[in-house]
Structure formats: structure tokens, C-alpha cells
Design a protein around this ligand. Sequence first.
Ligand SMILES: [Zn+2]
Length: 335
Amino acid sequence: MRRRSIGFNRLLGPIAVVCAPASLSSVNQGFVVPAAHASAQSALQHTVLGPAIFAGVGVHTGAHVRVSVRPAPTDTGIVFVRTDITDQDNRVPAAAEAVCKTQLGTVIGNAAGVTVSTIEHLMAAFATLGVDNAIVELDGPEMPIMDGSSEPFVQILDQAGRRQQDAPRRYIEILAPIEVVDGDKSAKLLPSSQFEVAFEIVFDSPVIGRQAVDLVMTEDAFRTELANCRTFGFAHEVEALRAMGLARGGSLENAVVIEGDRILNPEGLRRPDEFVRHKALDAIGDLYVLGAPILGRFEGRLAGHGINNQLVRALVAQPDAWRIRTFAPELALAV
Ligand SMILES: [Zn+2]
């Protein structure tokens, strides 16, 4: 696994962020390159082979939710469907402009105001396992938190299997740096021929301190380096959230909880730097609302769901900083 130290360049100030960007398809044209530049597996879109059905509890609502991940046609993207809602539009496509809250996880919504919360850990699994198209039916407002990581979703998608589809996968190739800065937080995308994810966190906590991770983000790297890293929180924050009616489903079963200089979970950490690895996992899921995998390098510093989505919106608003690339051989021949 290639690693390198992170060198973050600070910009002079925050860049403008467009709040209602156009969709990707309307701001950039397709671009085709020879198939030799990509493996056959990654050149075409994929969906799940069969339905994957599971259930669990939402970390904030505490609601027990049943989920069915189903195959979807080419160019569908990832679409959440609230089966508990029948009197208004219950389809919520995962898209950059659909992200409506980022305070305690990523929430997407549609024009009818129907929302789905805490999508990021499943989205990270879709992104890295190469699932372009899927319908995610759920009968409640929030995705189950499972164990607080992406590993259960990886296992569920493995059980469902994947099916190659007859359409080229579209990659977002970063051509020029895009950065969002908010105080000491920053998130940026830089040109690279592969998807790389680097993250750095600094917490005034002896349990966390400064942690950094820098990975070439292949499917294997996600499985071995990030997938099982859990979300985390501080005991005093959990109490405050509960007082606000949030974190109702949160427990030591689905989050690492820190109190002072110790971790309350009896099993301890899965990795010494589980915290920063989970932040990298979150960023991968948050970027995938773009609807396509990225050929480029992500660098996050102290970033969270909010600034990740600001970066996504900044990208959509700067169409000259990226282009869509495909690697499908049939299209290369047609050029
Ligand atoms: Zn998370």
C-alpha cells in the first residue's frame, strides 16, 4: 500500500460555493479514451446481481428499518425509495444537490421534502465495490447504522453479488485543484490518474491526538484498510445529543465512545487509528453523491460531512476543473 505524508496548502480563504448547482449531466459532456487505459472490470457499469435484504436501527432516530438493495438499470445511479411513504414522491436519488443536512451524518432529500438519513457508510461501500446502479428501498427515515462501519454493507453486497451492465462507467477526472476551506478545516480534490484518499485529524483528546491516513483507494484497499472502521463520539456529546432527541439508536454496539482518556467499548479499537480511517470512509461515501467514481486525489483536514458536501458542490460548479471519462471499448471503437 502506497503511503505518503500529507502536505496541505492553505488557500487564502473560503471559495464560493454554489448552493443549487446544475446536475452533472447538464454541465459536462462525455469523453472517451481507449480501453487499454482501464481494466475491463472497471470500464462498464455494475449493479447488484440479486436483492440484498437486511435490517437494523437508525443511530439518530432509533427506528428499526428494513432495507432491500435491488438491481437497477444502467444510468440509474443510487436511488433510495422510502416504502413507508405512499402519499407523495418517495424516491430520493443520491445526488450532489440532494444533500440537505450534514450536521450528524449525510441526509438527502427530494423536492417533496422526503429524506433519507445517514447514507454515507452504505454509499462508501457502493463507491469502492463498484456498484453504479441500485435501488435502496427502506421503510423508515434513516439507514441502519449496523456496527457503525461499512463492513456489514460490504458483506451484504458481497452476498448479493454484482452484475456487469452494458454501458460505460463514467469517471469524474479531476483536471485542476478544487478546494474548500472553513477555518482550519479543508477538503480538496487534486488531479491524479487514480482515486486516492488522504485525511488528517487533530483532536484535543489523548485517545485520538493527530492521525493521518493516505491510501490509493482500490476496492481491496477499502476492504482491508477502511471498511471496518467505526464512527465515533465523545460521551459528553452523546448525552447532549440524547437530550436533543438524537443518537437514540447509538450505543457501544455501533460507535466508538470516548470518555476522557479512555474508550468505553470493552472490545477497544479495531485499529489504533480507527478514527481517521473512519473519516476517510465518510469522505468516500460523501463524494459518491456525485454519481460517479473519481479519478483524482482527495485530501481532507479536520473535515466532516458539511465541508465534504461543499467540496462536491464546488466541483459541480466548476465544470472546467474536471471532465467525464469513460473507458468502454465499444465507445472507443465508435469514435
Ligand atoms: Zn461515518
